[in-house]
Ligand binder design. Structure first.
Ligand code: MRU
Length: 358
């Protein structure tokens, strides 16, 4: 993605360091977080310096590479133990996004095929980079397939951030929007603010502004108002995990947008790479939902007049809060899933055909 005329990925690795666009600071400051080891990388995923399913996947892959490079000695059994320890730490950061598990397994399985530690170390970086490059390509293809669904002069609603920041580059839900914009389609994007962490208001809006794509942020509870008024033509969201029956886990609030879309006869598309499908989740009931700190509900953070980032409490001291980070949209509300291999109907047989062929 272009930031101040310079091309950036959300995550990359150089020497033993993992670099991340620090998403805790956006949109107020653009900064790069430098992680020196896999523990710091795991912590960056947990604290959402990096977030979004494919982005945490690639970060997890680089975390495995760091764990390999950090190893000292020549005992392969001990090396294996170090990788397994890192795998456990990295996988325990966030439970819902399938890509995190997929990417970590991808790199781990590749390096374990080696018989020397030296080769395993080299392969760890090679395959983590391969994973990241592959994700960029998948997102481009998702963009091309999704572009065909978007007509001239359309108004599109999106929820949370499924843009370049949520991936390695380009995005999933924002990829068709980007390609349509590059193809000179006149679009307008309604951006759900996406409480409690406001990924829409702070990240999606920032990305769209960088690309000069016309947009407006709306309160989460305004989506129905705009749909009913005929101001929205379609909805495109990303996904954290998709079950084999087409149920989709995505940022909390996605489900109610899907129900509203059906009520208003609007197409509701999910954009995601095939690595988001979980062959072990038969239905959405099998998808683990992350519960995050109640502070995310009770406090809000932003920048004050003196350009200081502040966190302030918005609820009574006596009140508690509940904060599930994701919800599951039943397949019946999904018009189609835009993948790198085309658009899939959210039905078991279609999904199996695509996913097993990946
Ligand atoms: O909690 P987050 O910010 O990691 O949640 C992100 C989302 O829900 C995205 O929509 C999803 O990961 C798809 S990203 C291409």
């Amino acid at each position: 993605m272009l930031v101040n005329n310079q091309n950036y990925r959300t995550v990359w690795m150089q020497d033993k360091y993992v670099y991340l666009i620090n998403q805790q600071l956006l949109p107020h400051k653009f900064g790069i977080y430098k992680s020196k080891d896999y523990i710091e990388t795991a912590n960056a995923i947990k604290t959402m310096i990096v977030r979004g399913a494919p982005a945490i996947g690639a970060t997890g892959a680089y975390g495995v590479a760091q764990a390999a490079l950090e190893f000292k000695g020549n005992n392969f059994e001990k090396f294996k133990k170090q990788i397994e320890k890192a795998e456990k730490t990295l996988k325990s950061t966030r439970p819902t996004a399938n890509d995190l598990f997929y990417a970590i397994d991808f790199v781990k399985n590749k390096i374990m095929q080696n018989i020397t530690i030296e080769n395993a170390k080299k392969d760890s970086v090679k395959y983590a980079n391969e994973y990241a490059d592959w994700n960029v390509e998948l997102c481009r293809k998702i963009g091309e397939h999704g572009n065909k669904l978007i007509n001239q002069n359309q108004n599109i609603l999106t929820h949370c951030n499924a843009g370049a920041l949520a991936c390695v580059d380009f995005g999933t839900a924002l990829a068709p929007i980007r390609i349509s914009h590059y193809n000179k389609k006149n679009l307008f994007v309604y951006v759900d603010e996406t409480r409690p962490r406001n990924q829409g208001a702070s990240l999606t809006a920032w990305e769209l502004a960088q690309e000069k794509i016309p947009h407006a942020i709306i309160a989460d509870n305004a989506a129905g108002f705009f749909m009913k008024k005929g101001k929205i033509d379609m909805i495109i969201v990303g996904a954290d995990r998709i079950a084999m029956n087409g149920d989709v886990a995505n940022k909390i609030g996605t489900y109610e947008k899907a129900v509203l879309a059906k009520e208003n006869n609007l197409p509701f598309y999910v954009a995601a790479p095939l690595s988001t499908f979980d062959i072990n989740s038969k239905t959405g009931e099998d998808i683990p939902i992350e519960e995050r700190s109640s502070d995310e509900i009770l406090y809000i953070s932003g920048i004050d007049k003196n350009k200081k980032i502040r966190k302030i409490r918005i609820a009574p001291e006596e009140s508690s809060a509940k904060n599930p980070a994701f919800d599951v949209t039943p397949a019946k509300y999904v018009s189609g899933i835009i993948t790198e291999r085309g658009i899939i109907k959210p039905m078991k047989d279609d999904i199996e055909k695509f996913v097993k062929g990946k």
